[in-house]
Design a protein around this ligand. Structure first.
Ligand SMILES: Nc1nc2c(c(=O)[nH]1)N[C@H]1C(S)=C(S)[C@@H](COP(=O)(O)O)O[C@H]1N2
Ligand SMILES: [Mo]
Length: 258
């Protein structure tokens, strides 16, 4: 019953809209209370159907300034052991560029200034590391979706891979470079940002300067620091050991949603 009634109302609403169009003006029809009521019900139904579908992409909790951790600790690499990175850091990252390539229409090379020209988002969220600690920080950056709109995506694009400046482990197969990946649903999630600020300051080197990922509904190891390049791919079989990330290659889950 609850399923059938809204469906009928929805159909009536749709018919009413079509009728309004046929008459050449919606305004006259929606002046009638009954028609307005039917249209309202149709809109509510559409919205709840949308929300039901979108629950998988719900928002991570956001906190207030009062909840901020006094310090946001560093974990994993706290400074890449890399000469090129050192030179960039010494120059205040003025010469750093974010490469975006792979399955894109327009490969990009973006400076920090370019990224700061795009609309920014600030969010206070809790970071949860699988090693058993959490911290609440205020991140500022540009929504990844906005950056990907600049490059455009080829029809077969499926994942964004974040290549980092740090080699976390020296390995015989040379696959010790830190990297991570997310799918396009997470890439376009409104809280997925490329952060260049932490707690109102420039992002510290210890936390991933000049740019790190915040993909808020996932665990700490997904939050790639020291991003140098974003590669758009249809599969990550050929990257690292093929599991989608440095820690995934060592047994962690690729989807670390909480
Ligand atoms: N490039 C890079 N990104 C990384 C890591 C790393 O070692 N290198 N460590 C990950 C882990 S396990 C965690 S918990 C967070 C730590 O972020 P923080 O240093 O800002 O606390 O970064 C993640 N991203
Ligand atoms: Mo972590």
């Amino acid at each position: 019953m609850t399923l059938i009634m809204p469906r009928r109302r929805f159909l009536v609403g749709a018919a009413a809209s079509a009728g309004a169009l046929a008459l050449g003006g919606c305004d006259r029809l929606v002046e009638s209370d009954t028609v307005q009521h039917v249209l309202d019900l149709a809109e509510q139904l559409t919205m709840s159907a949308q929300r039901a579908l979108l629950s998988k992409t719900g928002l991570a909790r956001e906190f207030s300034e009062a909840d901020l951790s006094p310090t946001f600790r560093s974990n994993g690499t706290s400074k890449p052991d890399d000469e090129d990175y050192d030179a960039l850091a010494e120059g205040g990252f003025v010469d750093w560029r974010l490469a975006i390539d792979g399955l894109v229409d327009r490969p990009q090379n973006l400076s920090l200034a370019d990224l700061k020209l795009l609309p920014a988002r600030t969010q206070i969220t809790r970071h949860d590391c699988v090693e058993g600690w959490s911290a609440i920080g205020k991140w500022t950056g540009v929504p990844l979706g906005a950056v990907l709109m600049k490059s455009g995506l080829k029809p077969n694009a499926r994942f964004a891979v974040f290549h980092c400046a740090d080699e976390y482990e020296k390995t015989a197969d040379g696959n010790g470079q830190y990297y991570e990946s997310i799918d396009l649903i997470d890439a376009f999630h409104p809280q997925t940002i490329l952060a260049y600020g932490l707690n109102g300051q420039d992002l510290p080197v210890a936390n991933g300067a000049p740019l790190r990922l915040r993909v808020e509904r996932q665990l700490g190891y997904k939050q790639a620091k020291y991003i140098m390049r974003i590669e758009i791919v249809d599969s990550f079989n050929q990257i690292g050991r093929g599991r989608g990330g440095f820690w995934e290659d060592r047994g962690y889950e690729w989807y670390a949603g909480i």
